[in-house]
Design a protein around this ligand. Structure first.
Ligand SMILES: Nc1ncnc2c1ncn2[C@@H]1O[C@H](COP(=O)(O)OP(=O)(O)OP(=O)(O)O)[C@@H](O)[C@H]1O
Ligand SMILES: [Mg+2]
Length: 474
C-alpha cells in the first residue's frame, strides 16, 4: 500500500516534469489559491458556527431567565391564561424559539406553546428537579435545539423550559459560506485570467528561446531573438543567446569558407591529376605505342630478311609476339589512364567495356544493371569522369582486396541525379570514415562530395562490401 502510494506520487511527479513552465507556475498559483481559500472557508465556517451556537445558547438562557422572573406572580395567582399569553407572545416574536413550557413544582406542565399535544419525552430530558439552571444541546430534537431549564423562584414554583432551534442559524451560516465560496471562486477565476496573462508575458521569452535553441540544434543559425527591454535574468539570457548565435554564425561562415577553399583545392588537385593522366595517356598511346609499333614493323622487316639465319628469325618472331602483347598493354594502360571512350561512346559504354576487361582479367563474375542510359547522354564531362573513377576504384579494390567471386554493379540515371552501387561478396573489412591513409576510399568519397553528392561505404568482416553513391543534378 505504502509502496503503491510512493509509486503513484513518483509517476505524478514524472508527468509534471513534462508540463511547460507556464503550466507549472500557473498550477502552483492555483494550488496556493485553492489551499488558502479552502482553509479560510473551513476556518470562517468553524468560527461562525461556534459563534452562532454561543448566541443561541445565550438567547435560550436569557429568555428562560426572563420568563422565570415574569411568571412568579402569575403562578402564585394561578393565572394560567396570562402565562400562556406571555410565552406565546415571546415565541411569536422570535422565530428561533421552537417551544416554551412551564412546569410547576409538582412536575405538571401548566403552560406550553405546543398546540397539538405536549411531547412527554421533553420532561425527562434536561430534568434536574427544578434545582439548577441547565442549558443543553439536544442534537436529535427538531434538527438541534438549545434547551434551557431555568428554576422559578429557585425551584419553589417549578421551572421554565425554552427550546431554541439551531437550524435557522445553520441555514444562515451555510448561506453565508455559500456566498463566500462563490465570491472566492469568482475572484480566483478573474485572478487566473489575469495571472495567466502575466505568466504568459513573463515566460514568452523563455518559450521563444527554447524554440530558437531547437532550431539551432537542427542547424538553423539564422534565428535571432527580439531583445526584451526587461533587464532581468530572462533579458540577459536573450541577450547572451543573440551574442552566442552571432559568434556561431561567424564561426560557421569561417568554416564554410575554409571548406569551400578546401573543396576548390581538392577539385584543382583532382583536375590536375586528370589532366596529368590525360597527358601521360596520350604520350603512352601516341608516342610509346607508336615507337613500339615502329619497332614491331622493323622487326617484321628484319624477320623477312634473307640475310639472317632461321634461329635468329625465330628469336625475332618471339620478340615480335612479345612486343604485340606489350603494345596491347600500353594501349590498355593508356585507356585506363584516360578512357577516351567516355567522350566517344558515353559513360555506360565506357564502364561496360571496363567491366568486360575486369571479368577477363580477374575471373570474377559480374552482374551489371544500367538503368536510364539515354537520359545520361547530357552528363557533364567532369561528372562522367568522377563516376567512372569511383566505379574503377571500387572494382580495383574488389580485385585487389576482397577475394570475392561475384560483384554486382548497378548504375541508374534519371532526371534528378545519378546513383550507383558496387557490391561484392568478399571478405569485407572494418571501414573507418575519414581515414586519409586509405587514399583510394577517401578519394572516392571526396570525388562524390565535390559534385555535392554522397558516397557511403558499408563493409563488415566476412560479409562483403557495398559502395553506394548518389549525385544530384540541380
Ligand atoms: N572491396 C573490398 N574488400 C575488402 N577490403 C577492402 C575493399 N575495399 C577496400 N578494402 C580495404 O580497405 C583498404 C583501403 O582501401 P583503399 O582503396 O583506400 O587503399 P588501397 O586499395 O589499399 O590502395 P590504393 O590507394 O591504391 O587504392 C584496403 O587496403 C583494403 O584492406
Ligand atoms: Mg584501392
Amino acid at each position: 500500500m505504502y509502496k503503491k502510494l510512493i509509486l503513484f506520487l513518483t509517476n505524478i511527479l514524472k508527468k509534471l516534469y513534462h508540463v511547460s513552465l507556464y503550466g507549472k507556475i500557473l498550477g502552483l498559483i492555483i494550488m496556493i489559491a485553492v489551499f488558502i481559500s479552502f482553509f479560510t472557508i473551513i476556518r470562517v465556517y468553524y468560527v461562525f458556527h461556534k459563534e452562532s451556537n454561543l448566541q443561541l445558547k445565550a438567547l435560550s438562557k436569557t429568555i428562560a431567565q426572563e420568563l422565570s422572573y415574569q411568571s412568579v406572580s402569575y403562578i402564585k395567582d394561578n393565572n394560567i391564561m396570562k402565562l400562556m399569553r406571555i410565552i406565546e407572545n415571546v415565541k411569536y416574536h422570535n422565530k428561533d424559539i421552537r417551544y416554551i413550557f412551564i412546569e410547576n413544582n409538582k412536575g405538571k406542565v401548566i403552560a406550553s406553546t405546543f398546540e397539538n399535544g405536549f411531547p412527554l419525552k421533553l420532561l425527562k430530558i434536561n430534568n434536574h428537579g427544578f434545582k439548577k439552571i441547565s442549558i443543553v444541546k439536544l442534537k436529535n430534537l427538531y434538527d438541534g435545539v438549545w434547551d434551557s431549564s431555568y428554576p422559578i423562584l429557585r425551584g419553589k414554583l417549578g421551572v421554565v423550559r425554552v427550546g431554541v432551534l439551531t437550524k435557522y442559524s445553520k441555514i444562515l451560516v451555510n448561506s453565508f459560506i455559500g456566498s463566500l465560496i462563490f465570491t472566492i471562486i469568482l475572484i480566483m477565476f478573474i485572478s487566473i485570467i489575469v495571472f495567466s496573462a502575466i505568466i504568459m508575458f513573463m515566460t514568452r521569452p523563455i518559450v521563444k528561446l527554447t524554440k530558437a535553441l531547437h532550431d539551432v540544434e537542427h542547424g538553423d543559425l539564422t534565428v535571432e531573438l527580439k531583445e526584451v527591454y526587461i533587464v532581468d535574468e530572462i533579458g540577459e539570457l536573450t541577450h547572451a543567446f543573440n551574442k552566442m548565435i552571432k559568434r556561431l554564425r561567424d564561426a560557421e561562415a569561417i568554416k564554410l569558407e575554409k571548406n569551400n577553399m578546401m573543396k576548390e583545392f581538392t577539385k584543382k588537385i583532382i583536375n590536375a591529376h586528370e589532366e596529368e593522366r590525360k597527358r601521360i595517356s596520350r604520350q603512352l598511346h601516341d608516342q610509346i605505342g607508336q615507337i613500339l609499333a615502329n619497332i614491331k614493323i622493323r622487326l617484321k622487316l628484319l624477320e623477312d630478311s634473307k640475310e639472317i639465319n632461321n634461329e635468329i628469325k625465330n628469336n625475332i618472331k618471339v620478340l615480335r609476339d612479345n612486343l604485340s602483347n606489350d603494345i596491347e598493354l600500353v594501349h590498355s594502360m593508356a585507356k585506363n589512364l584516360r578512357p577516351a571512350i567516355i567522350d566517344e561512346l558515353g559513360l555506360f559504354n565506357a564502364i561496360s567495356y571496363y567491366l568486360d576487361d575486369f571479368v577477363r582479367l580477374s575471373g570474377i563474375k559480374v552482374k551489371s544493371d544500367f538503368i536510364g542510359q539515354s537520359s545520361c547522354c547530357e552528363l557533364q564531362p567532369e561528372i562522367e569522369i568522377v563516376i567512372y573513377r569511383i566505379v574503377q576504384e571500387a572494382l580495383l579494390n574488389v580485385v585487389s582486396h576482397s577475394k570475392a567471386s561475384f560483384v554486382r554493379v548497378k548504375l541508374e540515371c534519371n532526371k534528378n541525379g545519378f546513383s550507383g552501387i558496387v557490391e561484392d561478396n568478399g571478405i569485407g573489412f572494418n571501414y573507418k570514415a575519414g581515414n586519409v591513409e586509405n587514399l583510394g576510399l577517401y578519394g572516392m568519397v571526396e570525388r562524390a562530395e565535390l559534385l555535392d553528392g554522397r558516397l557511403d561505404i558499408k563493409s563488415e568482416k566476412g560479409n562483403g562490401t557495398t559502395i553506394t553513391f548518389k549525385i544530384n543534378f540541380n
